[in-house]
Ligand binder design. Structure first.
Ligand SMILES: [Zn+2]
Length: 233
């Protein structure tokens, strides 16, 4: 298994690591700062370099056994097993994912409806809400911006599966159930605003979201509103 350094510190931009497997266009390391695609957040991109070589990483995904695979272009030269490497992610892109991801938590706390889906990218992100009401874009923008400007601390902590089962109200997202079976679940807390299971990478305080704006609101069925958000780049 890969040690997931990004879980404890999402601000790590690179790390030293050792190759534990390589081949078929991917590299597995004993530890990494690269976030694997999941929970609506894209996998990280970046570069793995070693004494005498480097390879461009185009995506990061979980493998079949829970290992984290750093994907490279087909035919790329890869470091062999046991090679010490430096793994550096594309920080500007990842930081936008963190701002977007944290902003979506704020959006979900302003629009108190069930969430049926979501997607994050560096230039635009969205949540789908189980709601029939119309969305007042200006009001929601102002409400979220106020939460940003109040600069609430954002922290993570772990609770056991049993503790989570005793508090089902923590799980607001209906389509994305938190991963269970590992014995513990990661809780994301935006102090005074939001508390829910989440495995993604977040900011350390809401102020870093910056300028927030509700973009398009689309009607995707009678009880589904797709709300897109934009941030200053
Ligand atoms: Zn999250």
């Amino acid at each position: 298994m890969t040690e997931q350094l990004f879980r404890e510190d999402s601000y790590l931009k690179d790390c030293e690591a050792t190759v534990t497997a390589a081949g078929d266009g991917y590299v597995v390391l004993d530890r990494t700062v690269f976030y694997p695609m999941g929970g609506g957040q894209p996998g990280d991109t970046g570069e793995i370099s070693w004494d005498g070589g480097s390879v461009r990483i185009t995506d990061t995904r979980y493998g079949d056994d829970g290992e984290i695979r750093h994907l490279a272009a087909e035919g790329a030269n890869l470091p062999g097993r046991g090679t010490p490497v430096n793994a550096a992610l594309d920080w500007d892109r990842r930081y936008l994912h963190m701002r977007m991801h944290t902003a979506l938590h704020l959006l979900g706390s302003v629009l108190q409806y069930g969430v049926t889906g979501g997607n994050i990218s560096a230039d635009k992100s969205r949540l789908d809400f189980d709601m029939e009401d119309t969305v007042d874009k200006d009001q929601v923008t102002a409400d979220v911006q106020a939460l940003v400007d109040e600069n609430h601390p954002v922290t993570c902590r772990w609770i056991s599966d049993e503790e989570l089962e005793a508090q089902p109200e923590l799980v607001r997202t209906m389509s994305v159930q938190p991963p269970k079976g590992a014995g513990k679940v990661r809780l994301l807390e935006i102090e005074g605003v939001d508390l829910q299971p989440c495995g993604g990478t977040h900011l350390k305080s809401t102020g870093e979201v910056g300028r927030f704006q509700v973009g398009k609101v689309e009607k995707k069925g009678k009880r589904n509103r797709r709300v897109s958000i934009l941030l200053d780049q």
